[in-house]
Structure formats: C-alpha cells, structure tokens
Design a protein around this ligand. Sequence first.
Ligand SMILES: Cc1cc2nc3c(=O)[nH]c(=O)nc-3n(C[C@H](O)[C@H](O)[C@H](O)COP(=O)(O)OP(=O)(O)OC[C@H]3O[C@@H](n4cnc5c(N)ncnc54)[C@H](O)[C@@H]3O)c2cc1C
Length: 541
Amino acid sequence: MQTDVLIVGAGPVGLTLAIALGQHGVRATLVEQKAAPQFLPKMERCNARTMEIFRRMGLAEKVRAAGLDASVPMDVYIVLAMNEPPLLHLPYPSVAESREEIRQCHDGTMPLEPYQLVSQYTLEPLLKAEAESLPSITVRYACEFLSLEQDEAGVTATIRSAGGATEELRAAYLVGCDGGGSAVRRQLGIRLRGEGDILRLRQALYCCDRLFDMVPIGDGPGKGRHYHVADDKATFLIMQDSTRHWTLHATVERDADMAAQFEKTVAVPVDYDMLYVGEWKQNLLLADHYQRGRVLLAGDAVHLVIPTGGLGMNSGVGDAIDLAWKLAATLAGWAGPNLLASYEAERRQVGDRNVGASRYASLGRRKWRAQYRPDIRDDTPAGRAARESLVRVADVEQRKSNEMIGAELGYRYVASPIVWEEPGGPEHLFREYQPTTWPGARLPHVWLDDGTALHDRIGGGYTLLKLGGTEADASGLAKAFAELGAPFSVLTIDDERPREVYGHDLILTRPDLHVVWRGNRPPDDPRHVAAVVTGHRHWAE
Ligand SMILES: Cc1cc2nc3c(=O)[nH]c(=O)nc-3n(C[C@H](O)[C@H](O)[C@H](O)COP(=O)(O)OP(=O)(O)OC[C@H]3O[C@@H](n4cnc5c(N)ncnc54)[C@H](O)[C@@H]3O)c2cc1C
C-alpha cells in the first residue's frame, strides 16, 4: 500500500480530514487538481460547532487570528442602499460579546466556542499549511483524480499530475472530498437527489479599502456582516474577514453589471477593484449513499445546500471529523465492521436534516423578498405600505437564516449502529438547542468550578465520565475495552454542575465527544456495551 487513505480534493473538508487523520498518526495522501488554493469567494462563517471541532484539533486560535477581528459585530441589515436608514436591523453579537455570554452560561445551552467569520480563501491556505506540517500527510496540488478501481484489499486510483503524466496510487481507503461535481461520486454511480439549479446568481469580489471605515454612511446602517438590498435582483452585500474585501450576489444579466450593482448598493463614490465575477447555482441535494466498499464521500460531494444558514462547509467539517477517528480506528485494528459503516448512517441523516434546514431558511428569505414592490422607495401611501409589509415579513423570515443554533449543535445520531440506543429522544429543532446527553448527541459544554471546560479534559479515546460523586465501579468497562484493544479512560468530576446538566452519574463518550451510553450504575453487560460502541456488535443482538 502506498498510503492508507487517499483523499481527493483539498477544499476545507478534504483539508480538515487530512489534518485529523495526521493527528491520529494515519498515513494519508491528499490530491488536489488546482495548482494552489485560490482567492475566490465562497464560505465565510465557521459555525460554533466547527469552532469547537477546531479547538479540539488545536486550530481554533489560529483560525481566529487569521479571521475577522473579535470586536466586529455580526449585525444583519435590510436596506434600500448603504447610505439610507435601514429598513430592518437584526443585531448579532461579535465574537468578543459571544465569548462573554458563553463565559457566564452554566446551563449547557451554549457552545464552548462562538462562531468565527473567516473567508474560505483565508481558511484553505491555513489548513493546507497545517496539513503539510504533519509527518504522516502528503499534500499534492496540481494532481487530478481520474478514476478508481477497488477490490477486497484496497483502492487503486489513477491520477494525473501537472506535466500530464498519469500514475496509479494504491490506498487502503479513498475519500472523495471533491465538491459538488465529485468525480469520485460519479464513478461510484451514486446519485444526488433533491432540487438542483433552483436559482442562478452572480457573485463578485471587490477590494474596497475605505468602505468599512465609512460605515455608517450618512444615516445608513451601521457596521455589520450582511446587507440585503430590498430589490428585485436578490442583491446581497457581505463583508469578508479583512473588512477590505466585500462580496455581492445578485441576479443580474451580465458579469459587467456587477460593477453597477455594487455602486448602486454602496450609493456613494468609492474607489474599488472588482477582483472576480462568477455565476453560481443554488442547489438542495443529497447523495443516496456516502460509502461504497472502501470508498467514502464527504462534504459537498454528498450534500449541496443553499449557503443561507451557513450549513455547507460546516456540515462537511462534521463529516470529516466523524470519518477521521473511524478510519483511524479501523486501520489501527480495534474497530469492528460497524464502526466505519456507521459513517453513512450517522452523517447522511445530518446531511438530510441540514438540507431541510437550508430549505427552511431560504424559503424564509424568498418570502420576504416576495414583498418587494417597484414603488418601495416612493414617499406615497403605497410605497410606505410596501416597506412596512416587507419589514414585517422579514423580521420573522430573515431570522431563519441567522439563528440556526439547533441545526448547528443539536444534531443527534439516531439509530446509529454504534450508539447504545435509547428509544425516543428529543426532537431535532433547527432554531432551538436544548442540551441533552441522549445517546447519539454531542456532549453539551459545561464549565468546571475552576473555570476550565469539561470538553478540554476529555482525551482522544472513549471516556467514562463519573459525575456527582458516584462510587460506581468502572473496572468492567475498562476490562471490556482493553480486551478489544480500544482506548478507554475514566474521568471523575466531582463538581455539581456537570451532573445537573447531564442528568446521569455515568456518561460514556467517544473520541468526537458524542455520547454513546449513559446510566446511573455500570452497565449489566459491559462487554456488550463496549462491543457495540466499537462496532463489533449491534445493541439489539
Ligand atoms: C456563495 C457561497 C457562500 C457560502 N457560504 C458558506 C458559509 O458561510 N458557511 C458554510 O459552511 N458554507 C458556505 N458555502 C458552502 C461552502 O463553500 C462549501 O460547502 C464548501 O466549499 C464545501 O467544501 P468541500 O471541501 O466539500 O468542497 P469544495 O470546497 O468544492 O472543494 C473540493 C475540492 O476538490 C477539488 N477537486 C474536484 N475534483 C477533483 C479531481 N478530480 N481531482 C482532484 N481534486 C479535485 C476542487 O478543485 C476543490 O478544491 C458557501 C458557498 C457559496 C457558493
């Protein structure tokens, strides 16, 4: 085998997977068709869960240092133009303000890390450098995946490097992180289902040194993240992480129209350079499968959402982190067959829910935009009525895009083959997050009495949390995991708060901090529990 895992595609998902595998000591090669990361606008917001994941990977502070300053607010505005009073102002806290809220929150309802605004063109080079620094990871740009064949023992991929020469690479597993047009997915004959090509928009990237400092312009809106223009072109101005770069989306006819659209939106003369214009399509699509044999798929290769709600890359980072420890465990030899198979069972349901959340948010945006009338600017009863009606609808509907805490933190792996199932469980809500330790859920964040986070005390294997002063004997579980060769440790926490929030004396978590079992006394059959959560047996067997 030339490598253990061959990753196709160095977008944010492939790069995150490479780093996570490298941190597990897995040998992996990442191939990317582009010669280098590109300065093209795409995502700009890592959500709170992604930042928690980056914290566990030791990346959160680096990402914050490269991203938007912590003091800048995330306010969202609906405007007629940037120099006129906003029609609607939805205030959202800066990272610094969010951190303070989180510091004071002790009931498990908030994430350990706030979101971070960081443009994809800033994040990708950072992740690339990180992947390249890991001894077991090989990163090859200007290297295109062409085809694959798989057999019982591995996958052989044909790739073409910059000079045009083709070569074969043999790996135990291949992961397609090659985006919406995924050649890997097409080779496997896996279909995307749902709604494709819903709307086409143009997107442009501008460098405008003075705009951020000029805001507010006259009595226009204040500093913020998003400025939606109430027009019939779906115009939408977004501040990027440097505050010197801005993107604008609009349904205009021609690339050249994007200059006039920017000027119309800003509404006062400014010097700027239009660095890029391109067309993109809105899709709501989900792949039928995430795995076939030794080939797996992650990120946009298996789910395409409308960026409304910011669940694109963020869902893909969740895929990468779920897959990394399962591949590492399988290659290390202690995983049962259900462990890797659980990747599709767990992550496809999240992909499905996030496509639904994105649909819900984008329908909200469509609803308020449908209130636009050509006379919306007029100082007439009809003009005033149009403005009032748009604001009334937008005040409800626009929030759907910006308040998705349930989709971000509240996902729970239902009926996973590697979770000790408790039938029932709380409903998934896109807009609300209720902390829970129901098996399959992310362990809620709680502060310990000394001000440190419980999450930070949990290591990289399976961890039994002993809470509330329980005297329960953990030796049965310790022995059962040891027999399987799986990493296991016990963490005793006497502070009262974790016991209150988690609701049980004993919580068993896995490497990605999802709960796999809970109880108030040790399991009757610890061997059975250990065998299920490591993928050797089904809980109902
Ligand atoms: C306008 C816009 C705004 C967005 N905003 C957000 C946001 O705020 N938050 C969010 O979470 N998401 C957002 N998204 C979505 C986000 O950009 C994508 O979900 C994310 O880029 C997906 O990452 P990925 O790594 O799966 O795929 P990609 O980023 O598409 O990366 C795939 C990589 O694979 C490479 N590749 C493809 N084929 C091959 C091949 N044959 N051989 C080798 N390499 C190959 C490509 O060159 C590419 O580098 C936005 C998207 C758009 C368009």
